[in-house]
Design a protein around this ligand. Structure first.
Ligand code: FAD
Length: 470
């Protein structure tokens, strides 16, 4: 009998539900076991990978190395899913059990349903691992899902949540897979992907994630509520990329935070983790929401598809400093501050009136923390078409947002170098600079930095009309 663990986006040893259970079974029954990762061909553009693939594969490679040092071989199985399983079954004829942290949404869910149906000789042990609660765990008393976050959060706060599973790492080498078969094709493919990475991330993996968490809780948590909306401050945890690849579990964040003093900061952090679960639940109950608005009545909105404007937004050349700074942060780092995600998504949908799906897809391509549920939820929230969205008549003003959340323009200057010498007085509306000030600050509007690409006031009215008319 051989058992297997199928790693996906759960590259950690601690509080990894499937890993914990496969090891318990191996130790109890003294069975052989293997570990594998199924490598789908990622999209390669102009000879390089997107930043989020860079981040993902670098974490995978580091994790594989870590397992290897413990005597555990992580096999990289290539090909389509059927081909990959055929390879596994041929190579390990005694394979009978597969331990896996399952996906309940999106393409991952379809794949899990497929393998379960197609390989009935294998016993799959599916575990819920990536989120704190299961989507069916927090429901209204009549059994229906919540549509609004506040009552959801009240109920979420009360449900019993599984604590993290502790693994004794010092005993791990005892579980060596004693498996020296190497999948040449898989190794080669991984090596090729490594060479295609254009950006090297140095703070990756479980140990860094735990350090980041510790630092955040010790130094930043107290001021989290006050600082979290100001992108120039290091006010948020920046744990989202680790959560995405599973270098850290959300349960670990929750339970470690609960050991700390009960402060407003701690309560705010826990609420954010609940938002993550909320959007997961929304996607679970609305599996078509990557394409379709959750609010049915808004499915017929006639969104703009202007590619030229879309490109301006992507490049951070809208002429609105805060929006441009956010978009350039995304391009440079594959990550964007939450306040900017809200402002740039609102700008695309309400100022450019562009289809939120195009924005969602761009974020999906760029974000190293891309999480379908949170991204779809965030975009539908900003576009006012989802469940519990910002009301369509409350449109973010890009200049007011800038004045409120980047008062002195520090964040803007960091990412929009053309505006580096613009006086604070004009940093939020550089087009109002007198000509001599433009020259003195080496930022001539129309030449060094664009004029605003749209008139916010009139676009706001057009956006409201768009909603009123459906
Ligand atoms: P912190 O403020 O430190 O929060 C801690 C954790 O709570 C985060 O790591 C995250 O897991 C969770 N969290 C915080 N805010 C939210 C939120 N609004 N919704 C859901 N979970 C939240 N988050 C992603 O993880 N992946 C995405 O693809 C994503 N796309 C988004 C798109 C839009 C348009 C918007 C408005 C928000 C999106 N978010 C997404 C949510 C949020 O912006 C990020 O989770 C947050 O900025 C991550 O930074 P942090 O870890 O420093 O957050």
């Amino acid at each position: 009998v051989t058992a297997a663990i199928w790693f996906r986006r759960d590259f950690r040893l601690q509080d990894n539900t499937a890993l914990f259970h496969v090891l318990s079974s191996v130790s109890k029954n003294n069975t052989k076991w293997i570990a594998f990762f199924h490598l789908d061909d990622p999209v390669v553009n102009n000879g390089s990978l997107s930043l989020h693939h860079d981040y993902f594969f670098q974490t995978l490679i580091q994790f594989k190395e870590r397992l290897k040092n413990l005597g555990i071989q992580l096999h990289i199985i290539t090909g389509g899913i059927e081909q990959a399983f055929a390879k596994l079954i041929t190579r390990y004829p005694a394979l009978s059990e597969v331990y896996v942290n399952q996906d309940l949404v999106g393409e991952g869910m379809k794949r899990d349903q497929f393998v379960k149906k197609s390989y009935s000789d294998l016993r799959f042990h599916f575990f819920e691992d990536s989120f704190i609660t299961h989507p069916l765990q927090v429901l209204k008393s009549d059994g229906n899902p919540y549509k609004v976050f506040t009552p959801y959060y009240k109920a979420w706060s009360k449900v019993k949540k599984a604590p993290p599973l502790r693994l004794d790492e010092s005993s791990l080498s005892r579980y060596s897979t004693n498996d020296d078969v190497v999948d040449d094709e898989g190794e080669l493919k991984l090596h090729q992907l490594k060479n295609l990475c254009s950006h090297s991330f140095d703070r990756i993996g479980e140990n860094d994630a735990l350090e980041r968490l510790e630092h955040f809780l010790k130094v930043q948590l107290l001021n989290y509520k006050a600082h979290r909306d100001h992108p120039a401050l290091m006010g948020t945890s920046r744990l989202s990329p680790y959560l995405k690849v599973g270098a850290l579990s959300a349960r670990t964040i929750l339970y470690t935070a609960l050991e700390r003093q009960d402060t407003e900061g701690r309560e705010t952090l826990i609420k954010e983790l609940a938002w993550r679960d909320f959007y997961y639940m929304v996607y679970y109950f609305n599996p078509e929401s990557k394409q379709k608005e959750v609010t049915e009545q808004y499915r017929s909105i006639n969104w703009n598809q202007d590619i030229e404007l879309l490109e301006k937004w992507k490049r951070g050349e809208t002429g609105f400093p805060l929006i441009d700074a956010g978009m350039r942060q995304l391009q440079k780092e594959g990550w964007m501050h939450n306040r900017l995600r809200m402002a740039t998504a609102s700008f695309l949908t309400k100022d450019y009136l562009i289809d939120w799906r195009l924005g969602e897809a761009y974020f999906a391509e760029m974000l190293i923390d891309y999480e379908p549920s949170s991204n779809i939820g965030g975009w539908q929230w900003a576009a006012s078409v989802g469940t519990d969205p910002v009301p369509y008549f409350r449109v973010f003003n890009p200049v007011t947002q800038s004045r409120r959340f980047d008062e002195e323009g520090r964040f803007i200057r960091k990412y929009v170098s053309e505006l580096g010498h613009v006086p604070t007085r004009y940093i939020h509306e550089p087009w109002k600079m007198p000509k001599d000030v433009q020259v003195a600050s080496t930022c001539v509007i129309g030449e060094d930095y664009p004029y605003p690409s749209v008139d916010h006031k009139s676009q706001r009215l057009r956006a409201i009309e768009l909603f009123k008319n459906v």
